[in-house]
Design a protein around this ligand. Sequence first.
Ligand code: HEC
Ligand code: HEC
Length: 354
Amino acid sequence: MILSEEEIDRTLRHGPWPPAVTLDPSNRVSGNANAIALGEVLFSDPVLSKDGAMSCSSCHQPGRDFTDGVARAEGRKTLDRNTQALWNLAGQRWFGWSGDSDSLWAQNLTPLLNPAEMGHDAHSVQSAFLESAHRPEYEVLFGDLSLESALETTVNVSKVLAAYIETLRSGKTSFDHFRDALAQGDMKMAAQYPEPAQRGLQIFIGRGNCAFCHSGPAFTNGEFHDAAVPYLLKQGRVDPGRAEGIDRLLGSPFTLNGDFTDDPRKSGAWAVRNVRFQHGNFGIFRVPTLRRAARTSPYMHDGSLPDLAAVVQHYDKIDMERLHSDGEAILRPLGLSDQDAENLEAFLKTLSDD
Ligand code: HEC
Ligand code: HEC
């Protein structure tokens, strides 16, 4: 066994996988089989775009791990950011690269109502559903559509989509089999995990400090950090990242603290109630999950890194100038040998081979 006791201990913290299924108390159709089935159909139905030209799956392509393979999403114009894969979102605290929303259903409202994406408004969503073939299935879930306000229909549609998206769980990978073997003390089983991946794992949980942010079973702490990715956009604009997310959260009627949650106890609303703007929020982004990441290139919020080798190189040669002055000093140039870099990449790939 290459790993020390201490390293085994740290490895165990990245599991078990998959986590237990939890329902979203803010969404009354969470876990509802009819809603999940309708959500899956709607996800690929152009009825969700005002002119019928686009669906969620135009960008989140199910056969491509719910991404599109381009650096920045192509909507009616090129968006500022990379399309996120939709794996393992159930139970997250924040959504979007900058955490614009604190629930999955609220996050789904953004593409629906964004003129550069689906381009709907609440009234057009409702009239599309009044005429659509999905009306009967919708009414089984929510009752008579014609008695609702347009905003209620729009939020309900977002909740149906969320019921589907929260079922997208990535499977067990060779890393998980290794971790399970360690948990059971089965060293013979554990030895089947390739040595390069074991050495890469040592860097990940050790001197690379990767697990500081990419922690836990989903390899993310779900929060916002500075990974030294430039946040300048063309035309001298910047992407304010979490700073913009906080602005949007605090101005949104659709948070867990608002009137559209189905949870009378408003559990989870403490997070948004405690959000405060700080200068350090500029240009920081949500830590992505690394599960299935080998299949979701290009990388980072702006899609600027083409493959995992480039990501490893980015962290190895990290540009300290780019870390904000009030940044976290967690990242340092790593001085990896070619072999180290290959091992780290080999480890990352074992999070995607389910
Ligand atoms: C034009 C391409 C495009 C379309 C169409 C699109 N999305 Fe997205 N999606 C994106 C991009 C880009 C992001 C990252 C947004 C951000 O953080 O700025 C994203 C992020 C998300 C997220 C957040 C994922 C996470 O990790 O937090 C969810 C959920 C989502 N989209 C659902 C949907 C749904 C549902 C639809 C259809 C109603 C949809 N998207 C349509 C490009 C698209
Ligand atoms: C300080 C917190 C932090 C540390 C430490 C860290 N990361 Fe990240 N990681 C992030 C953030 C934040 C992003 C997204 C940055 C962005 O888009 O601007 C990211 C993005 C990534 C991505 C791209 C995923 C995707 O879907 O786009 C990979 C792969 C990755 N990190 C691997 C690593 C590895 C390997 C290490 C260790 C060498 C590491 N990270 C260390 C915070 C961190």
